[in-house]
Design a protein around this ligand. Structure first.
Ligand code: AMP
Ligand code: GLY
Length: 426
């Protein structure tokens, strides 16, 4: 079969690699992809405007594409999955209406409350002054979480115990023209405590299959300091979370959501990703996303055993039950992201980009590329915030971690920064 991946980041590179490893896959095209993706022989990149559906559809037909997988939430939110399915393409990607689970924090909270899915209490505001008044009464000793309603690349959430920071955040999200996050509505949430996990499932509208559980490091600096980012690194290990929690995640979160949406005539097809807070034996949903995570995918996929492309194609066709089983490796995986200077640049400071990337050839096969391009001399350079990442697999998490950092030490570019504490278990 032939596969098309939509997107240009390291997550899409990871997907392209996974499909290309499958013997039944002849070629993978990535639109628009990036230059770092094309040294695997089955993978090519194509530049077609994604808002020109007729051109895109013609390309998928002329390339005999059997399955299209959409990576970024932006395209799902714009209805790309619906538009391609109308033209008879097999697409794995949430519909525009399902995408609201991710693009509107308020809608997502309403759905969770309706289906009794455990989540933090919240209140929403569309008025700046009403939000400030409510904040003045808030007991800051247990913290507050402020979220911008709408897509914001992981930058629209601030967790703080400081009332001045909370005030600035409300101003930034609702009033500050210089802030990259812009929101008409915001929500305040109770601050949950515990350990986070991201759980992924592939869904065909009727059924779902859990793909795995991943820990993401969202803050930019070690020890969870600094602003939130899209994700600075991840790990996945069979021991975490414990089996009883994995069962609860399936029974109290995924089953009621998939069943509930089906009953309401809004079946969910695509990848569902729940961010969950675990405290002792209690679980609470922090958020839903309607796609693969970046950089969660970079550890999720290498640990999946079985015919991945068969399962993804069946999910797209609504026949997940007929697909061969996917099982989970007993190995652990660690992924570390290298970023350009000034990332995540919440205040709009310029990223340090355009620098050549030096990389040992033996490390390259473990690297996935995101924000990269080519300079006039044909050298690979950094062009975005999250530039690349390395994934290491080993029988233990400790070994996987050591190997991942060894690989990172063999990659250099000006201004590069990365977290030093990914998968560091005290
Ligand atoms: P979100 O974009 O909703 O996933 O939020 C980004 C990050 O903010 C999460 O991964 C958590 O680390 C943190 N966060 C969001 N909501 C809460 C909450 N209610 N309590 C504690 N931390 C939260
Ligand atoms: N790593 C978080 C996300 O993809 O949303």
């Amino acid at each position: 079969m032939n596969v098309c991946i939509i997107g240009s980041g390291a997550r899409e590179h990871s997907l392209a690699k996974k499909f290309s490893e499958d013997k039944t896959v002849n070629k993978v095209i990535v639109i628009p992809g990036n230059i770092g993706m094309i040294d695997q022989k089955k993978i090519s990149i194509k530049d077609v405007r994604l808002d020109n559906i007729d051109k895109l559809s013609s390309l998928l037909k002329s390339e005999n594409v059997d399955l299209t997988v959409i990576g970024p939430e932006k395209y799902l939110d714009e209805g790309l999955s619906d538009k391609l399915q109308k033209l008879n393409h097999n697409v794995l990607g949430a519909s525009q209406s399902s995408s609201k689970l991710e693009s509107s924090k308020i809608y997502s909270k309403q759905v969770m409350n309706k289906f009794n899915i455990p989540t933090a209490k919240y209140i929403s505001f569309d008025d700046y002054y009403a939000a400030i008044d409510y904040l003045n009464e808030w007991d800051m000793s247990s913290g507050i979480v402020i979220k911008a309603d709408g897509l914001s690349s992981g930058k629209g959430v601030v967790v703080t115990f400081d009332k001045n920071v909370a005030k600035e955040t409300i101003f930034d999200f609702m009033k500050n023209p210089k802030c990259t996050v812009k929101a008409k509505e915001i929500i305040f949430e109770e601050c949950l405590k515990g350990q986070e996990v991201s759980t992924f499932a592939v869904c065909d509208g009727e059924d779902f299959h859990i793909l795995g559980h991943v820990t993401d490091y969202k803050r930019v600096y070690d020890n969870d300091k600094g602003p939130n980012t899209g994700g600075m690194g991840t790990f996945s290990s069979p021991e975490w979370p414990p089996e009883n929690i994995k069962r609860k995640i399936k029974d109290q979160i995924f089953s009621p959501l998939i069943e509930g949406l089906k009953k309401e005539g809004k079946p969910f097809k695509g990848i569902l990703f729940a961010g969950i807070m675990i405290k002792n034996s209690e679980i609470n949903v922090i958020e839903f996303n309607v796609r693969f995570g970046d950089p969660e995918t970079q550890v999720l996929l290498p640990l999946l055993k079985g015919n991945f492309s068969n399962v993804m194609l069946n999910a797209a066709k609504g026949t997940l039950k007929e697909s061969t089983a996917l099982t989970h490796s007993l190995n652990s995986a660690v992924h570390i992201v290298m970023c350009s200077s000034n990332y995540p640049s919440i205040d709009g400071t310029k990223l340090g980009i355009g620098y050549p990337i030096q990389i040992d050839q033996d490390v390259n096969q473990h690297v996935v590329y995101g924000g990269v391009g080519q300079n006039e001399e044909g050298n690979l350079i950094n062009t975005g915030g999250r530039v690349l990442g390395v994934t290491s697999l080993a029988t233990t998490l400790v070994e996987a971690r050591v190997e991942a950092y060894e690989m990172i030490s063999k990659i250099k570019f000006t201004g590069a920064h990365w977290r030093k504490d990914i998968a560091k278990i005290n």
